[in-house]
Design a protein around this ligand. Structure first.
Ligand code: ASP
Length: 304
């Protein structure tokens, strides 16, 4: 029997002081939900999904209801979940009518021969597999309507500089888990970036970019400016370095150096291997994270 481990992130950016408590509460609640699964002997896959559901339901994060709005004022969500034991994966992208896209992604993993569904096809698949659809308005909250209005009125938006809209905040959520059977899994869910073009897919739900899991290497979830992360296929890059014998904490830090040096990217990463060794790193001022093991619970907004 392996001692379970659960590691969570709730985005990497300059989380302001007045939002720290909400982020710490969010990752704590997510950890509690995932840990309930693991301590009963449940799978890493179920634990990762449960943890992410809690954060999708928490408006503090850019996932599920309360996500950033795209340029048209709509919520458009992406999520991926992956099982390190079997390499089965499920992803959904650009969905507008699913409150918990990670559950739809899980259905893709468990009940489809395919790996990835987008937009209306993803929603149809989800509905056919028992996931209720909602109105897009049900996912929109006043805070985000105001945030989009302010951004679109700002000089930043006029610059049409891709970078400017990606420096504001990154509240994507993710979880990596190790279960009693020694299997690892990863899950990532996001509303993407503020004012994104409709149909833009970020890194979060792309296999190997925002999420990856393989018992032979590591489980990884990333957050941050998606375009640079995608170019480096960063989650897989990191997992491969763990497979080569490097410690997850060293690899996580190296991944952030690589992201910055190679493509001027910014963000954060969590990593976990089947021995229960973890890595947490960010090249942003803060990252919301939480770690639960049989020895106890830790959380924070900085990790050095
Ligand atoms: N990586 C996400 C994206 O670019 C955003 C985030 O992590 O907050 O869609």
């Amino acid at each position: 029997m392996t001692n379970p481990v659960l590691l969570i992130h709730g985005g990497a950016w300059a989380i302001p002081d007045d939002l720290v408590e909400a982020h710490l509460n969010g990752v704590k609640n997510a950890t509690a939900a995932g840990w309930r699964v693991l301590e009963k002997g449940g799978s890493a896959l179920d634990a990762a999904e449960e943890s992410v559901v809690v954060m999708e339901n928490d408006e503090a994060f850019d996932a599920g209801r309360g996500s950033f709005l795209n340029r048209d004022g709509k919520v458009q969500l992406d999520a991926l979940i992956m099982d390190g034991a079997t390499l089965r994966a499920g992803g959904v992208g650009c969905v507008e009518h699913i409150a918990n896209p990670i559950c739809a992604a899980r259905k893709v993993l468990s009940e489809s021969p395919h790996v990835y569904f987008v937009a209306e096809g993803a929603e149809r698949f989800a509905e056919e597999h028992g996931i209720p659809l909602c109105k897009n308005e049900d996912l929109i909250i006043p805070r985000e309507v105001e945030r989009l209005r302010a951004f679109q009125a700002s000089a930043e938006a006029q610059k049409e500089d891709l970078f400017s809209s990606h420096t504001i905040s990154h509240d994507t959520v993710g979880a990596v888990a190790l279960d009693v059977n020694g299997n690892i899994a990863a899950a990532t869910s996001t509303g993407g970036t503020l004012n994104k073009a409709p149909g833009r897919l970020g890194d979060s739900s792309l296999i190997g970019c925002g999420c990856y899991a393989d018992n032979a290497s590591a489980a990884a979830s990333t957050t941050g400016w998606g375009e640079p992360i995608m170019k480096l296929v960063l989650a897989k890059w990191a997992a491969d370095r763990v497979a080569s014998g490097n410690l997850p904490q060293w690899v996580a830090a190296e991944a952030m150096n690589y992201l910055k040096d190679r493509v001027s990217g910014h963000g954060g990463i969590i990593l976990l291997d089947t021995q229960g060794r973890v890595g947490i790193a960010h090249n942003t001022p803060r990252i919301a994270w939480a770690l639960k093991t049989v020895k106890g619970f830790e959380s924070g907004v900085v990790r050095s």
